[in-house]
Each structure stands twice: as structure tokens, then as C-alpha cells.
Write a protein that binds this ligand. Structure first.
Ligand code: 5GP
Length: 333
């Protein structure tokens, strides 16, 4: 009976280092893991310490990891402690936040305290199922739109963008429903009010946005829909319907002065003239995106140059249709 394999798998949303954990009953028995690791939970008998193995690890012995309840309490206590020292009103009550979880306006930072584990299961797209949504997010300098356009242009019968809405006037060479859906400001505002967009923004006094319907209509043609969005849109997209596969495109950022001069020399790199401040800003942007949204990312793509990044993106997309991936259990019911 003891040999029965546990079917409970969790994706870790935090790093755990038993040797630094003062609460553990036995540091040597602890199982270290990193955010994003998949853990097979062998026993949840103890309320505080679960027994688990890391998937893909050759080590067959299970180790101790903090249970979900214990980790939640730990993080909440920690935040209480910090916020008490700063500002009393910092923390919304847990119940308030849970109740409003359906709304995109909930600040992401406040959710940090619940980053513990997410139960996941293996999933492979079946031939008759609609393709998964592919979401590209990028930090400063990643130029994901260009990547997306290139990969689609190579394979337009398999991949497509969701046609965005805009309030700007149609240009003579453009066709309604091809480059954009051209709408009036009134229509756009009403759609935005009715939560029809996954994201929208203003550019040169015109509104632009991508609708949920635009994604559905690509999927209805049995094509894989590629969207690039601000990472705030991720929450709204993480549904069983879309089963988004999230790729974080991070530019490779040179570190030293020597590397930088190579990147700014003629033909060396795509960034043109880049100052040390630009590089610093790019590093910061990558760090922030990683900190805030890293737990929602399935794959990090380090972009060296456009050609190699395109090749890598292409191979990721091909594997998506063939291979098995971990998704939240709630997506597969
Ligand atoms: P254009 O008017 O030249 O076709 O597009 C101008 C800019 O609008 C683009 O460079 C892009 O920044 C922005 N844009 C286009 N589509 C969207 C969209 O769906 N959402 C948002 N937020 N901006 C968009």
C-alpha cells in the first residue's frame, strides 16, 4: 500500500533552502527547491511538513518541505511584521482580497503573500483541441512584437496575432479586420467598460486594445494565437479556456564596458548606441518583471539577437503541440 505513487504535484512559487530554515525539525531531511520546480508530494499527513520529491531528480528519497498552510502563515506573519513597522493600512484583509480575485485591478504586489504552491498536472494538447494561447511578455529592450511578427510571417497558416481594436483612422492600404478593427471612441470605451479587452492603452491620442474575442477567433481557425501583452494582463488570461503558455523574453544584457563597446561597434548588436544607464534600466526592468511575474512564467527565452531568438521561439512553439506540459489542475477538468 505504501508503494502507491502519489498523484499530487505542485509547482513551487518560491525558493526553499532547508539549511537556512530555522523552523524545520531537521535541516538534513529538508528538500531544497527553486521557484518553478515541480514537486511530487508523497505525503500530506503532517499539517506542517509535507514529504516530497523533485520531479526529474534522480534522488529517489523524499524530503521535507513546508506545507502550503504553513508557508502561507509564515509569509503572512512576515508581511505583518514588516508592514507593522511601516504602515498599518498596508495589508488588506485576506478575505477582501480573495473576494475580489476575479478583478484585474487587484494589485499584484498584494498577492505576493500567497505565493506558495500551485497544484499542477501533466497536459498534452489533443488533436481535436484548440491550440493553446501563447503569451509573450518581455522586459525593456526585448522587442517582442518584432519576434512575434517574424515567427508568424514564416508560418502564417499555423500562427496568427489577435487583431487589435483601434480608434485611429484607417489608412488607405489597411483593411478592416486585417490590421485592426477600426472603431469609434464611444464603441471602444463601451467595450472597455464591459471588460472585452485583455489590455488596452493610449498611443498618440488614440486607443488600442486586444479583445478576448480576437483571441477566440484565431483559435476558432485552429491556429495558435500569439499575443504580446503587459504582464499585468497575465492574470486575466490564465484560464482553462486559453491555457496560456507564458514566455518571458529577456534581452541578454552585456555586463562590462568591453562587452558594451562590442555591442555598439558597427554591426555589433541591434541596440545601436547604448549607454550604461540604458543597460542599468534594462537590468532593472528584467529584475522587476522576474520578481513580480516570474511565478507565472513557463519559459524564459534569453534574446541574444533577433534571428536566434526567432529560431528558439519557433522550436518552443513546435514542441507545444507535441509534448506534455505542466498546467494548473483547474485547467483540466
Ligand atoms: P499604428 O497606429 O502605427 O498601427 O500603431 C501604433 C502603436 O500602437 C504601436 O506601435 C503599438 O505600440 C500600439 N498598439 C498597437 N496595437 C496595440 C494593442 O493591441 N494594444 C496596445 N496597448 N497598443 C497597441
Amino acid at each position: 500500500d505504501k508503494l502507491k505513487e502519489s498523484k499530487v504535484y505542485m509547482r513551487a512559487m518560491f525558493d526553499y533552502t532547508p539549511l537556512e530554515d530555522k523552523a524545520t525539525p531537521c535541516q538534513e531531511a529538508g528538500l531544497p527547491f527553486k521557484r518553478g520546480d515541480i514537486l511530487q508530494v508523497v505525503s500530506q499527513d503532517d499539517q506542517t511538513w509535507w514529504q516530497a520529491k523533485r520531479v526529474g531528480d534522480c534522488n529517489l528519497r523524499a524530503g521535507l518541505i513546508p506545507s502550503k498552510q504553513f508557508q502561507e502563515r509564515f509569509v503572512t506573519c512576515f508581511l505583518d511584521f514588516v508592514s507593522a513597522g511601516l504602515r498599518r493600512s498596508f495589508r488588506l484583509s485576506r478575505k477582501d482580497r480573495r473576494d475580489s480575485s476575479g478583478e484585474a485591478s487587484v494589485s499584484d504586489q498584494n498577492d505576493t503573500e500567497f505565493l506558495t504552491y500551485e497544484e499542477v498536472t501533466r497536459y498534452q494538447q489533443k488533436p481535436n483541441e484548440r491550440p493553446r494561447l501563447v503569451v509573450l511578455i518581455g522586459s525593456l529592450g526585448a522587442r517582442i512584437n518584432e519576434l512575434k511578427q517574424k515567427v508568424i510571417a514564416e508560418n502564417p497558416h499555423r500562427y496568427a496575432v489577435a487583431v487589435p481594436h483601434t480608434t485611429r483612422p484607417k489608412k488607405s492600404h489597411e483593411k478592416e479586420g486585417v490590421e485592426y478593427h477600426f472603431v469609434t471612441k464611444q464603441v471602444f470605451d463601451a467595450d472597455a467598460q464591459n471588460n472585452k479587452f485583455i489590455e488596452y492603452g493610449e498611443y498618440k491620442e488614440n486607443l488600442y486594445g486586444t479583445s478576448i474575442e480576437a483571441i477566440r477567433s484565431v483559435q476558432a481557425k485552429n491556429k495558435m494565437c500569439l499575443v504580446d501583452v503587459q504582464p499585468e494582463a497575465l492574470k486575466a488570461l490564465r484560464t482553462a479556456e486559453f491555457k496560456p503558455y507564458v514566455i518571458f523574453v529577456k534581452p541578454r544584457i552585456p555586463e562590462s564596458h568591453r562587452r558594451r563597446s562590442a555591442a555598439t561597434s558597427p554591426g555589433g548588436g541591434e541596440h545601436g548606441r547604448i549607454t550604461e544607464e540604458d543597460l542599468q534600466e534594462m537590468r532593472l526592468s528584467a529584475q522587476q518583471t522576474d520578481q513580480q511575474y516570474g511565478h507565472l512564467v513557463d519559459r524564459v527565452l534569453i534574446k541574444e539577437d533577433t534571428a536566434s531568438a526567432c529560431a528558439e521561439l519557433r522550436s518552443i512553439l513546435e514542441r507545444l503541440e507535441r509534448e506534455t506540459f505542466w498546467v494548473p489542475v483547474s485547467w483540466v477538468k
